[in-house]
Design a protein around this ligand. Structure first.
Ligand code: DLZ
Length: 167
């Protein structure tokens, strides 16, 4: 994430689609909850600030980031949502576990994006330190949850109608 150059919370509201009537699923991991709860709350606030009704947002938790794949998959397959935001935080430790989780989640969420017609937004923070994660979850570099929410709105606005026309 080249976020030293871009605050994750900065977006132009005048260029952000209104989310009225959009249905959004959010799945977040409880691992590193200090970070993921802040990301989740940022995403919810930004969706609501841009017109999404609170009752049109469904939130589910999973134990760790690896389970985001299953959680997002269930939401996508339910057919209830126009977009799904997957939120997690993986902090590098002393073992290669970090790499396996990051690669697994990235591949799993990517597969969903290719195989289904519901955009899955990548809200996984992958950092070397807790401080770097804090900086990206409401700290110095903004909140990646905000960025995910705005991305979801753009993806829905861009593709929802096209899909309905194809059906
Ligand atoms: C096991 C593990 C480790 C070491 N680190 C993290 C992490 O930094 N962030 C995270 O979201 N989850 C971590 N996990 C848990 C895995 O994602 C997963 O929940 C377990 O391996 C069980 O499948």
């Amino acid at each position: 994430m080249a976020t030293e150059l871009k605050n994750l919370s900065s977006y132009d509201p005048s260029k952000t689609p209104c989310g009225k009537g959009y249905k959004v699923g959010i799945v977040y991991a409880e691992w590193n909850e200090e970070i993921t709860h802040a990301l989740r709350d940022g995403a919810i606030k930004t969706l609501c600030d841009n017109g999404v009704n609170a009752e049109d947002i469904t939130v589910a938790s999973v134990p760790g980031s690896f389970e985001l794949i299953f959680g997002a998959s269930q939401m996508v397959k339910s057919g209830k949502y126009d977009a799904v935001i997957a939120i997690g935080c993986v902090i590098r430790g002393d073992t290669p576990h970090f790499d396996y989780i990051c690669e697994g989640v990235t591949a799993g969420l990517s597969k969903l994006n290719v195989e289904y017609d519901v955009p899955v937004i990548f809200g996984l923070i992958t950092t070397n330190t807790l401080l770097q994660a804090q900086e990206r979850s409401g700290g110095r570099l903004g909140n990646k949850g905000d960025e995910c929410a705005v991305t979801a709105l753009h993806m829905i606005a861009q593709f929802k109608h096209q899909q309905h026309e194809q059906q």
